[in-house]
Design a protein around this ligand. Structure first.
Ligand code: NAD
Length: 349
């Protein structure tokens, strides 16, 4: 057995119904007295920061963190002598806190309100002129995550479904990402189990805590596994499409994932069998398709607004980004066929 598993150093506090106390405690542990509160919707975040010394609120949050948005947030942090960042929101909000931490080294306490998982990775992303650049830097890894399933109760069902499938995509890519190891796979499989159990309950009972808790737990495992395994083919495709055509991030994952699973699973029968077990199905693809149908997930790139002309232009950037260790060969005809099926909303073979 030969592998290197690099574990990220971070506290994760699960505190259903207790975010305010947990965040106040985490800020105290950091010794911070001038906090920059980052949130897209201040009203949603205010109760969470009730016990925190907030020096300034910052609500200028934009998906995929355009560089000018990052620049403004960094200037606000500098102007107010900030000593810690607390972000309350989805991946876009966490992404902005990371952009500030990247240049300032300020510690982050992250309170996620979607299942995107950015809070558990050391990956940052910035966009400029329609191109998204990502990188890895230990400074952007939040010191602490506070997970409170009660904060998810207002997340609309379609957003919850898409975001939960974004988390599921982290699990699937963690099975064969460039650095995937046995520990990542174990976490990813438990993530698949938790998401497969939690998401249908969220759909059936969006204001119930149990489904929300399971889904949040699964999303955390997914992100930890993904951060260690690295981006596989699925994430490369989703990032190219999202960046080129400004598609909704989580929904793009939901549409593309079955097509990548259909491509890769036959090349790795052992991993297919283990994922099938986690889905409680005969095959990983069967399990995913049943789950997506049950959840009413989006199925076509066309419905997300991708132009048909983009099918041709996206192929080369995907080939350029494709990881060399992908289980199935990745060629131009393979990607063309995959994109066409995903655009049409055809069930993958
Ligand atoms: P998002 O943060 O933009 O949130 C989606 C929508 O949900 C927004 O309108 C937001 O206001 C709303 N929302 C969030 N929480 C809510 C709640 N509790 N109740 C009601 N509405 C709520 O989207 P996202 O999918 O969470 O994040 C996408 C971004 O995160 C992308 O830029 C993506 O690249 C990035 N991301 C980064 C990583 C990483 O490791 N760096 C991982 C995953 C995603």
């Amino acid at each position: 057995m030969q592998f290197v598993h690099d574990r990220l150093s971070q506290r994760a506090v699960f505190a259903t119904g207790g975010a305010a106390d947990a965040v106040a405690e985490e800020v105290r542990r950091l010794g911070a007295s001038r906090v920059m509160a980052i949130a897209s919707v201040r009203g949603r975040a205010e109760p969470v920061l009730a016990g925190v010394p907030v020096a300034i609120w910052h609500t200028d949050v934009v998906m995929h963190v355009p560089v000018d948005v990052a620049g403004r947030a960094r200037a606000v942090a500098a102007d107010h002598g900030i000593d810690a960042l607390v972000c309350v929101g989805g991946g876009s909000t966490t992404g902005l806190a990371k952009a500030v931490a990247l240049t300032t080294g300020l510690p982050i306490v992250a309170v996620p309100t979607t299942y995107a998982g950015s809070e558990a990775t050391d990956v940052w992303g910035l966009t400029e002129g329609g191109r998204k650049t990502t990188g890895v830097d230990p400074r952007v890894l939040p010191r602490t995550i506070v997970y409170d399933a009660a904060l998810m109760l207002g997340l609309p069902v379609p957003t919850s479904v898409a975001s939960g499938l974004n988390a599921l995509a982290h699990c699937v890519d963690a099975m064969w990402g460039p650095r995937a190891d046995p520990i990542d796979r174990t976490l990813a499989l438990e993530g698949i189990r938790a998401l497969t159990s939690g998401l249908p309950r969220v759909v059936d009972d969006p204001t119930g805590l149990e489904g929300r808790e399971q889904t949040l737990y699964g999303a955390y495992l997914a992100a930890v596994a993904f951060a260690s395994a690295g981006s596989g083919l699925h994430h490369k495709i989703a990032h190219v499409l999202g960046g080129m055509f400004d598609l909704a991030h989580a929904e793009t994952h939901a549409v593309v994932l079955p097509h990548v699973l259909a491509l890769n699973a036959p090349a790795v029968p052992d991993l297919d069998r283990r994922m099938a077990g986690a889905f409680g199905a005969d095959s990983a693809l069967g399990g995913l398709l049943d789950l997506e149908a049950r959840l009413g997930a989006p199925t076509s790139l066309r419905s997300l607004g991708m132009p048909e002309s983009g099918l041709a232009t996206a192929v080369q950037p995907i080939l350029d980004a494709s990881p060399p260790n992908n289980p199935a060969p990745v060629t131009s005809p393979v990607i063309e066929a995959l994109l066409r099926a995903a655009w049409d909303g055809k069930e993958p073979a």
